[in-house]
Design a protein around this ligand. Structure first.
Ligand code: P6P
Length: 337
């Protein structure tokens, strides 16, 4: 029976990789882990308690806020505030940055961007949902956290990860030294190392996108879809189309099995739908650390200038060879658009 390594033990073990670390990032990651266990508990009983459905309010994205969205947001923000290792939070659910200026947080070394519950429209139909988070070192002086701390390019992230609340609940994260996955063991309430040093297959046979938007896709995406559907035994085509409507779940499946997820520009989302700061950047960091690739069809996601906390970006993310092929079609058919 292999020794169980919990998330907390693993973080402490890995802390040794950072000679100057004094434990702040370790505690921050643990704070996120604790909040995710509380959120997980509510998600798992959403069908029972009366926390399904809308609170009637609208978030900054103009999306109806589900009770669980709001609950998850509150849990993560209060965990980050209480933990004292985070000076500022950006959340999909809040229009403005949240500066945590209590005595311990105002001098914290790190800032966090988070989507507390992505894909929450799936809650009511019992489909997997996810949390994404991105961690930066602050660049402001102690006591004066501000928006510039979070308007940093994806390459500046010190850590990033996601939690996928699926058939099991998993936390997957990177600090720039590879990607490790932990599965929640409800019997002991601990995330346990289940997927050490995850590497995404160089190529795959799964493509994920909402083909209902086909008529509004860039020409390069249309050509790539046709490429995926052509019979060619040598390259295992036609591929399989899998789209859950919950990016974290689609990305996690593609991370394990190989595949590509694409959310390009569409008529209703001319800059793509996904948000750069708290969705594209953390997932791009994870995928690159696992040996994959993430771009907006033309430019590496992690290199994209960040100008607004809720800015949207097209995303092509997954197995390197599949993203490269899609980028070839974008270069040939869409670069001029
Ligand atoms: P559409 C969920 O709202 C989300 O942000 C992603 O998780 C998901 O992949 C996508 O949007 C679904 O959007 O337009 O296909 O319904």
């Amino acid at each position: 029976m292999a020794k169980v390594i919990t998330l907390g033990q693993f973080i402490i073990q890995k802390q040794a990789d950072f000679p100057y670390a004094k434990g702040e990032l370790s505690r921050l990651l643990r704070d996120i882990g604790i909040a995710s266990k509380i959120v997980n508990r509510e998600i798992n009983k959403a069908g029972l308690a009366d926390i399904i459905g809308d609170v009637g309010s609208i978030n900054v994205q103009g999306e109806t806020q589900k009770i669980l969205d709001v609950y998850a947001n509150e849990q993560f923000i209060s965990a980050l505030s209480a933990g004292g290792e985070c000076a500022l939070v950006v959340s999909e659910e809040n229009e403005e940055v949240i500066i945590l200026n209590n005595d311990v947080s105002k001098n914290a070394k790190y800032v966090v961007a988070i989507d507390p519950l992505d894909g929450s429209s799936n809650i009511d139909v019992n489909v997997a949902v996810g949390t994404t988070f991105s961690i930066f070192r602050r660049i402001s002086k102690e006591g004066e956290a501000d928006i510039k701390d979070i308007l940093q390019k994806g390459t500046e992230q010190v850590a990033a990860g996601y939690i996928v609340y699926g058939s099991s609940t998993m936390l997957v994260y990177t600090t720039g030294c590879g990607v490790n996955g932990f599965t929640l063991d409800p019997s002991i309430g601990e995330f346990c190392l289940s997927h050490p040093n995850i590497k995404i297959p160089e190529t795959g046979t799964i493509y994920s996108m909402n083909e209902g938007n086909y008529v509004h896709f860039p020409e390069g995406v249309k050509k790539y879809i046709k490429y995926c559907q052509v019979e060619d035994a040598a390259t295992s085509r036609p591929y399989t189309s899998r789209y859950i409507g919950s990016m974290v779940a689609d990305l996690h499946r593609n991370l394990i099995k190989g595949g590509v997820y694409i959310y390009p520009s569409t008529a209703s989302a001319p800059n793509g739908k996904l948000r750069l700061v708290y969705e594209c950047n953390p997932l791009a960091f994870i995928i690159e650390q696992a040996g994959g690739r993430a771009s907006n069809g033309f430019e590496r996601i992690l290199d994209i200038e960040v100008t607004e906390i809720h800015q949207r970006e097209s995303i092509f993310i997954g197995s390197t060879e599949m993203v490269l092929k899609a980028e070839e079609f974008m270069a040939e058919y869409s670069a001029k658009e």
